[in-house]
Design a protein around this ligand. Structure first.
Ligand code: SAH
Length: 473
């Protein structure tokens, strides 16, 4: 490290800014936000600095800086020089550096005793980023990344946790016990409640936890389950929330459809359990998966259940949640981009369009035993864009059923195999040739069948799409 990262308390301390322009004003703003008494030395002020002055946030010495002026100024804790005049900047640096007062000359690392980081401000939580003065732009790029990753609610969360620090100390006397308490609390449901503004609920969770410890002493941490939609294939289509919860998990249960790249985003030490249902001879029953989630949570584990697409669209997520509810296991469900939404976009056509379709039907082509068959009569007359999940095997029946009930045999049909993945294959045909095309092209699951006039839009959108800029790993 070239610099020691520290957070300095400058509240009610004198800080000096030399220069009245825009850069100086931005630096002044940081001092002001940190509660310092800010003196600005400059012959004139730019608009931003005038604004600070008008707000009563700075004291202005209308003067060009010179060593003669120093005795008139309060002794500062920190100094920033941001003028266009290099002689002035140097004079500032030499004057204060000689007195062991840290100086920063804007944009000149060689005259900086300290540097100002790029900041992700979730005050009271503050993240400071530095490249050791090498590239402020790179620091800002990193800042932009972190800004998107860290919800604004972290401000509220940090405040809340701060308020309870002493209360927790009063209940749990040993340091290790407190550490376990906070670690457990801050990696579970509590953090999500607080971050999303449900402060009351978060506080209630914390209070309840403290109360349990008051009466029963500290026990095993309580497990939780996160049912996470992992999207249709392209790992970039995972949500931020899904990623955040995945990275908290001790155990990850995943399906065949979940991209390996997403699995890798979990913690390295997390246990990974495959619960896909591909092989007939190695079939894990849905009931067993449901029970596994309950059992793991009861062992105090945080369990991520990754499912392809969206957990509540042909995903049996609700069955898993039902058992969790029955057993009082805390859980969260994170929506994912369902195959219909992802695959149609990546295949360059919409699911609805003012001219072609006003509604969409998501249909399972694989009928569960005992379930009513597909209502072809209704579908054929509906004008819906029809999206069949798990429909490859039954394509001949789907085709015959729709045509028999009056859907035009020329209606466009698209077969999207491995949608949104690098090996995505899109075949456009017509309803009358659907099953023949599936045969000829030897289409394999996962594949989606889309039937409807919206597919006509594809020709107009396809040429300009940038989606193919993805490079195979
Ligand atoms: N919950 C999932 C659907 C699971 S059912 C979701 O919301 O997307 C599994 C079916 O989804 C597959 O048989 C296939 O029809 C469809 N599917 C899922 N991912 C797909 C992909 N990448 N490309 C094409 N079809 C996909």
């Amino acid at each position: 490290m070239d610099y020691l990262p520290i957070f300095m308390k400058i509240e009610q301390q004198h800080c000096l800014i030399v220069g009245g322009g825009a850069v100086a004003a931005r630096k002044a703003d940081l001092f002001i936000k940190s509660g310092a008494i800010v003196t600005v030395v400059a012959p004139e002020l730019g608009n931003e600095m005038k604004f600070h002055l008008a707000q009563g946030k700075i004291i202005w010495h209308m003067n060009t800086f010179s060593t003669a002026l120093v005795s008139e100024l309060p002794r500062p804790s920190l100094v920033i020089s941001a003028t266009d005049d290099q002689d002035v900047n140097l004079a500032v640096y030499e004057t204060y550096h000689a007195q062991s007062i840290p100086v920063n000359v804007a944009d000149q690392t060689e005259y900086c005793d300290f540097i100002l980081p790029a900041i992700v401000d979730r005050a009271p939580m503050t993240i400071a980023i530095s490249t050791g003065g090498r590239s402020p732009v790179l620091a800002r790029v990193m800042k932009a990344r972190l800004e998107t990753m860290i919800p604004h609610g972290f401000s509220v969360l940090t405040d809340l946790v701060g308020r309870y620090r002493q209360a927790v100390k009063n209940v749990i006397s040993d340091i290790d016990g407190r550490k376990t308490f906070w670690e457990t609390l801050l990696s579970g449901l509590f953090i999500d409640k607080a971050v999303h503004g449900n402060t009351g609920e978060a506080e209630a969770l914390l209070e309840a936890e403290l109360e349990t410890i008051r009466t029963n002493g500290q026990s095993l941490p309580q497990g939780e389950v996160y049912i996470i939609g992992a999207g249709p294939g392209d790992p970039d289509l995972m949500t931020f929330k899904g990623l955040r919860l995945l990275q908290q998990a001790d155990v990850i249960l995943y399906d065949r459809l979940v991209a390996p790249e997403i699995l890798e985003m979990g913690r390295r030490e997390a246990e990974r359990i495959y619960v896909g249902k591909k092989e007939k001879w190695h079939k894990i029953d849905q009931k067993d998966i449901n029970q596994m989630l309950v059992d793991l949570a009861r062992q105090g584990k945080r369990v991520a259940r990754l499912k392809g697409g969206d957990p509540y669209i042909f995903g049996r997520g609700a069955e898993e949640v039902e058992l969790l509810v029955q057993h009082d296991v805390p859980y969260q469900v994170v929506p994912g981009i369902t195959a219909a939404a992802g695959c149609s976009v990546y295949a360059d056509f919409p699911l609805t369009h003012r001219d072609y379709a006003q509604s969409v039907a998501l249909i399972t082509g694989h009928q569960q035993a005992g379930a009513q068959g597909i209502d072809y009569a209704r579908l054929a007359q509906s004008g819906d864009t029809m999206v069949f999940y798990m429909g490859i095997k039954n394509a001949p029946k789907i085709q015959a059923g729709l045509i028999a009930h009056g859907l035009c045999p020329d209606t466009p049909a698209a077969i999207i195999e491995n949608g949104t993945r690098l090996n995505q294959k899109v075949t456009v045909t017509s309803l009358s040739k659907l099953s023949e095309t599936i045969q000829k092209q030897s289409i394999k699951p996962p594949a989606l069948l889309v039937i409807g006039d919206v597919i006509k839009v594809r020709e107009r959108l396809q040429k300009k799409s940038l989606l193919d800029d993805r490079v195979p790993a």
